[in-house]
Design a protein around this ligand. Sequence first.
Ligand SMILES: [Zn+2]
Length: 214
Amino acid sequence: MSNEDSAEPEEEPVELPPYVIENARSGRSKCKTCQRKIDADVLRFGVLVDGRFGQGYMWHHLNCGAKRMLDQVEEAYAMEAWENAKVPPDPDELPTLEKLRAVAEKASVEREKKEKAKKTIPYAECAPSNRSKCKQSGEPIEKGAVRIVLGMEAHFGNQTRVTPYNVLPQYLEQALMEPDMGTEEEGLADALRENSRDIDPELLEQAIAEAGLS
Ligand SMILES: [Zn+2]
């Protein structure tokens, strides 16, 4: 019989709680969500992680944590993670979970809006200024004139990057024949109708006709 087990030192590693909510004890930590400094005394949310050198906390501003990982913030609230702080903050000073949920909801609506605002190539738009030129002809594009944005491919080793290639409708045919053109003529008119949101549909149809696509 071995009594090896009982011979083991009784010293158990200290178990760190999975979450901590506290006022930052110094201004030295950095928020892992927004990458900005967490000022001293500002509420921060710590998530226990196993790192190369043992366990430690990844810190986030409490609001940033709510935006990025609301589930975990909810868990932390359920277990009253502020009690894990060296100097526990007054629970009455903490934002309510309802408030943090609202913060998270607002952030997710913003993210969606941004996602929707991203333009998908190919699209048509009215030039916002006089400063752009038709990439195909070199002609200046007047403010308000319709330009069609195609995708030109640029190759870097194994990678292909698509860069916008603005053309006036009358030069579209020619642009489509460029060797690195990433936009195809097939389905182009429909793609333009689908992707061009900030343009009067009538102007768009005119441009499509002028480009010889319809
Ligand atoms: Zn932050």
